[in-house]
Ligand binder design. Sequence first.
Ligand code: APR
Length: 313
Amino acid sequence: MEQLKFYRVNDAYGCFSNFYSHPIEIDGIKWRTSEHYFQAMKFLDVKLQRKANEIVSPMEVAKFGRDRSLPLRPDWEEVKDDIMRKAVLQKVFQNQFVFDTLISTRDLFIIEHTKNDSYWADGGDGTGNNMLGKILMEVRVLMKKALMNVEIVQGDIATTYTDVIVNAANKSLTGGGGVDGAIHRAAGPEMKDYCAKYRGCKTGEARLSSGFELKAKYVIHAVGPVWYEGEKNEDEKLYQAYNNSMLLCKEIKAKSIAFPNISTGAFRFPFERATLIQRHAIVTGLMRNDLLRKVEIVCFSEKDEVRVAKLYN
Ligand code: APR
């Protein structure tokens, strides 16, 4: 199997390193890097955990974690692999670049390559355990398993027969054109009356209604961002629109859901950029929802279906 070796943050695939400078939130705490989280978990004393997170450099926090004058938790050897798994999973969930990079490695054998570590890395000569490489490949298997539940189709989302269909709504929730128009027309006037009770919905948020006269049991009205050349945090808002829809889907225990390509029509979001954000939110949403068995991406045109399928396969 072809190998992929990583180590330094600034080299290829450096985002897989625990020193990769991107904060991750775990158990309500924002950790400077996954290294900060990992080293802090060596201690049961919350004060020591907090002290670890106050250290700026991952190199220094690694030294702090290896300081044997500090009280290492007694079960560290038993729990360390699962703690690393949690850190890697959260990095993939919370960081689209890490997600996209890991998925791009396809079936390559991932190795952390350094002589400085023979448990998490390969020891420099391949005799090490490479546990971090193994965990990255485990997470990649979970991503691929989730991807198997995504189906790209061409059609009119208003006629889709899934438990839930997602509407590309606007903040008023009073209907409009495109997807919004098609869904409201097929659902009938009661849906608009029902949605009036929400008194609108912020961009990036989503609200639930029944399907009324639609085949689908539920409609999730998601409000994507209008594209302003990327100057108004549109990526994050589009991610939230998909993520909040996936969270609502989990709440109502739906087994199938259909999404349009939110914001890529009247809201002018660049198509491929939007699809990569959609893929990250939907695949990680599936990884966190065992009940959801099918996600359909309903593309209006064949051209869109081809473009989306290319980015998912
Ligand atoms: N089924 C599936 N996809 C559709 C359909 C349909 N019936 N109609 C349009 N699309 C596609 C478009 O081609 C585009 O790729 O859905 C994507 C989203 O387009 P819009 O519906 O224009 O949604 P959006 O870009 O999010 O803009 C939302 O438009 O309709 C108004 O009230 C809506 O103000 C809101 C804005």
